[in-house]
Ligand binder design. Structure first.
Ligand code: HH2
Length: 272
């Protein structure tokens, strides 16, 4: 398959005290807004704004707290770029859409609450359905699959069908394999190596591998945070080559630059 020429770059903006890579840096709304502006200037097509960490072992946050964290930031940035809200809660998604978000990024694939499917249909926003085995508190204890690629594809296919049955327009649905969500290093690599199973389902695919721990497990270099930049860019390029329509990243400038070089090389190849 020909990789998408202009995959979307989704910049991560975590308004949390405890996110695995940038927790605590942007909990203050002014700092978060300034960071969002920086990501837009670096070329982000979408900002993914979240107020609850989903890192392994993270504690849940209640809806009021999450709304208090993300809404001022969404309201300030919504006129400037496309905004997605990273939440498992319909109440937060509703408030975010009212404040200007147009995408609900749900790591629980609209199964986190009995109201999620109907809320997504009613809001009429884009939805990202992500695969996770278990929940954030326990997902990395003992991830287990017979065939991770087939099981993730079956799960996402079923969730997309459930969303359509609830009234979500198929054109608004995105799928995401959920790199690092209840997966070992081998599971993550298998999913990245066989992304065609997901693109074959007929929906655009989003991949979020940025700064995740499998990068350190592969490199064995003790890296953390921005120290995983090289591996993050490598994974984003591999995902785009395999047909991903969007990548969710912390390091927008480096990813945009890598994609520009990738595109220029592809153009030179087709010139000859
Ligand atoms: N990963 C994280 C959070 N949300 N959403 C989608 N669709 N895909 C992902 O891979 C994904 C996601 C975890 O990363 P991060 O936001 O950096 O950390 P935290 O959850 O600790 O805030």
């Amino acid at each position: 398959m020909t990789p998408p020429l202009h995959p979307l770059v989704m910049g991560i903006l975590n308004v949390t005290p405890d996110s695995f890579s940038d927790g605590g840096r942007y909990l203050d709304a002014a700092a978060a807004i300034a960071h969002g502006e920086r990501l837009i200037a670096e070329g982000a097509d979408v900002l993914d704004i979240g107020g609850e960490s989903t890192r392994p072992g993270a504690d849940p946050v209640d809806a009021a707290e999450e709304i208090g964290r993300v809404i001022p930031v969404i309201a300030a940035l919504a006129g400037r770029t496309r905004i997605s809200v990273d939440t498992m809660k319909p109440a937060v998604a509703r408030a975010a859409v009212a404040a200007g978000a147009t995408i609900w990024n749900d790591v629980a694939a609209l199964a986190g609450s009995p109201e999620s499917l109907s809320a997504a249909a009613e809001l009429g926003c884009g939805v990202v359905l992500m695969h996770m085995q278990g929940d954030p508190r326990t997902m990395q204890v003992a991830p287990d699959y017979d065939d991770v690629v087939a099981e993730v594809a079956q799960f996402l296919d079923a969730r997309a069908q459930a969303a359509v049955a609830a009234g979500v327009a198929p054109a608004r649905i995105w799928l995401d394999p959920g790199i690092g969500f209840g997966k070992t290093r081998a599971h993550n690599l298998e999913l990245l190596a066989h992304l065609d199973w997901l693109t074959a389902l007929g929906f655009p695919v989003l991949v979020g591998a940025s700064r995740k721990s499998f990068i350190e497990h592969v490199a064995g270099d003790g890296s953390a945070g921005r120290g995983r930049l090289g591996g993050s860019v490598a994974a984003a390029l591999a995902a785009v080559r395999a047909g991903a329509a969007a990548v969710r990243v912390h390091d927008v400038a480096a990813t945009v630059q890598a994609l520009a070089v990738e595109r220029a090389i592809a153009a030179a190849r087709s010139d000859v």
